[in-house]
Design a protein around this ligand. Structure first.
Ligand code: FES
Length: 154
């Protein structure tokens, strides 16, 4: 076997599995926080798709369950810090919805670590990157979602 083939084989073996992560982000804070991370050229893991909603209060359990059904290995729900919601109490509603979602996810037999809620402001680009990195590693550790088999695109 040539040296190149051996090197390729070794590289293939060490290739890391990358999870499919869905991030729900409110327009005014968390989405802008992701934008700040990008504009500031802060490096973070790229294995996520972002769904922008006007307010985290809009994120109902059905949205999260649908994401898992469609192949997500992890779902991050994010919004403005408590007291900063542009619709006054939307994130307080998001918190209530998140508790319901967590219970449903548990009932489906999924690990709690596949779901996370974070408040990220528009100025917190570094925090957005940190949360994405931590969450990606956490989901990677859990492995592929049992619900995602068959719906996985890669
Ligand atoms: S506008 Fe961001 S949580 Fe309501």
């Amino acid at each position: 076997m040539t040296a190149v083939k051996t090197k390729r084989k070794a590289k293939k073996k060490t290739k890391q599995w990358n999870p499919n992560i869905v991030v729900f982000a409110c327009n005014w804070c968390s989405y802008a926080g992701a934008d700040t991370a990008g504009v500031s050229r802060i490096q973070h893991q790229p294995h996520f798709r972002m769904i922008r909603v006007m307010c985290s209060g809009r994120i109902q359990p059905g949205f999260v369950l649908k994401a898992f059904e469609k192949g997500a290995d992890g779902v991050l729900v994010s919004g403005c810090h408590i007291g900063d919601c542009h619709y006054i109490f939307g994130n307080e509603r998001a918190l209530e919805q998140f508790e319901k979602t967590k219970n449903m996810v548990r009932l489906l037999g999924l690990e709690e670590g596949r779901l996370r809620l974070e408040w990220i402001s528009a100025a917190e680009g570094a925090r957005f990157a940190q949360v994405i990195n931590e969450f990606t590693d956490q989901v990677r550790e859990l492995g592929p979602s049992p619900l995602a088999t068959g719906n996985r695109k890669h």
